[in-house]
Design a protein around this ligand. Sequence first.
Ligand code: ZN
Length: 146
Amino acid sequence: DLEAPPLKQLAVLTCMDARLEPLAFLGLELGDAHIIRNAGGRASDDAIRSIVISNTYLGTNEVLVIHHSGCGMETFTQEEMGKVLREKLNTADGEFINWLSIADRIESVKSDAIHIRHHPLVSKEIKITGYLFHTKTGKLQEVIKL
Ligand code: ZN
């Protein structure tokens, strides 16, 4: 019987990693928040699309960007991904996609939070906070608040 708008007016952007359970580590319950997930929890165009819809039509006014330790996105570079796909699928198309791999997890949280903050379609009234989730300890480290 829950209503569609998230009860806590919250949207969470985080990684699709199968070991992460965002509702649990944030102490949230079903219906509390939109959980937007992709590889790395990156502020891709599609993540921005979801954030804008979440805010515009479903009343959320806060975004948490949460990247994590031990993320698979730290294990390859843009160039490596292009090379792997070229060898595997015999196409260079993979070189034209930004895979948003992560070289520095603190920097990735910061740059994604800043990217969302400055996106022209994201309301200036939305509160944005970036965190790093430490998978071994379950601790959330605040990285940036905008
Ligand atoms: Zn990850």
